[in-house]
Design a protein around this ligand. Structure first.
Ligand SMILES: [Zn+2]
Length: 350
């Protein structure tokens, strides 16, 4: 059984609401840079080099961060399986898992420093690695074939680019890894169909949408599968909007007009740490990573399973906001719908 079973069905994370409530409490720091619309960028003030020097994560955010960070206590230092065939099957999964672990640590550190937008950018990668690990777990033979295909394709692409830009590349730079190259035109066409002419498609040869649909059955309840798709569709969209220059990303840079009147109309731009997207960033990272860690704990039947579920549930509960439906259908003395086991009135009713 998957560790998170039964916990998502009734959970509603109202992320945008949480972010709004947070905004009203006025985020710390965020030095404003004024840009004069008519004169171009101001000559001063210069931005301080150390933008986080005066940044202190508020107590509430710090405790949320520490709760999410506890997932890392359950990362196995090593895993063993006596079955060598199984070990081969799990090679890609484990590689993805440990790479996701480092990305999760990175997202946590960025949140700690108040770089919540940048942490959100990592969530896009974290979600994809989580999806790929589940896909590779369910399709080990195909995953191995795609891994080899992608290695050959990337190797040829890199080699081709290094020849094209040889005047820009130092001769002592490390050469591309591996020695296998695309061997025929037919082979090239096949690989380009999988990975695109410029090689910018996933190593799996499948779109994110396709992969999510293929792995969805691993989540046992409809509520959990809905959550998985929610992350692909809405949360994925938000982190993409942050990752790439987008109308939304450009707009988010602009601070509300300042009260002081100036002769020239100015636009104030956000700079430095900001907690505006802290909730989304932390929740997204914790959720994606939790799904992957849960799968690994399950796969190897690790003795830390119960502790991991508890840590995950504690973290999840932070972001839970009861829906109107939950409020209507849950009595004050009923168990809280978040799954804490406490009475609603002592938990999320407050
Ligand atoms: Zn609760």
């Amino acid at each position: 059984m998957y560790p998170t079973v039964g916990r998502f069905g009734r959970l509603t994370a109202r992320l945008s609401q949480a972010a709004e409530a947070r905004r009203e409490r006025a985020p710390p720091t965020a030095a404003a840079v004024s840009v004069n619309r008519h004169m171009g960028p101001h000559a001063e003030p210069l931005l301080p080099r150390d933008v986080t020097a005066n940044f202190v994560l508020p107590a509430r955010e710090r405790s949320w961060l520490e709760t999410c960070e506890r997932l890392l206590d359950f990362v196995p230092k090593s895993v063993r399986t006596a079955d060598s065939e199984k070990a081969e099957e799990l090679f890609i999964v484990m590689t993805l898992f440990y790479s996701a672990t480092t990305t999760y640590q990175g997202a946590i550190e960025l949140c700690r420093q108040g770089f919540s937008d940048q942490a959100l950018m990592l969530n896009r990668a974290l979600f994809e690695v989580m999806v790929d690990a589940h896909w590779a777990h369910a399709n080990p033979d195909e995953a191995n074939a795609r891994y080899t295909d992608h290695a050959v394709f990337s190797n040829s692409k890199n080699h081709e680019l290094m020849s094209r830009y040889s005047d820009l590349i130092r001769e002592d730079l490390p050469q591309p890894v591996g020695s296998a190259f695309v061997s025929s035109d037919e082979e090239r066409k096949r690989l380009e169909r999988l990975y695109g002419r410029h090689g910018n498609k996933s190593w799996t040869g499948l779109s994110l949408h396709e992969r999510v649909e293929l792995i969805a059955p691993a989540w046992e309840s409809e509520g959990e599968r809905r959550f998985l798709r929610f992350f692909r569709d809405l949360a994925g969209r938000l982190s993409n909007e942050t990752l790439h220059p987008s109308a939304a990303a450009i707009f988010r840079q602009v601070l509300p007009p300042s009260a002081e009147r100036t002769e020239m109309p100015t636009v104030r731009l956000r700079q430095g740490p900001s907690l505006e997207l802290f909730t989304q960033a932390l929740f997204g990272a914790m959720w994606s990573y939790g799904q992957l860690l849960g799968r690994i704990v399950e796969e190897f039947n690790l003795p830390t399973r119960e502790g991991m579920i508890e840590a995950y549930t504690n973290a999840y509960r932070l972001f839970y906001v009861p829906s109107e439906e939950d409020r209507r259908s849950t009595g004050r003395n009923d168990p809280c719908p978040c799954g804490s086991g406490r009475k609603f009135k002592h938990c999320h009713l407050r």
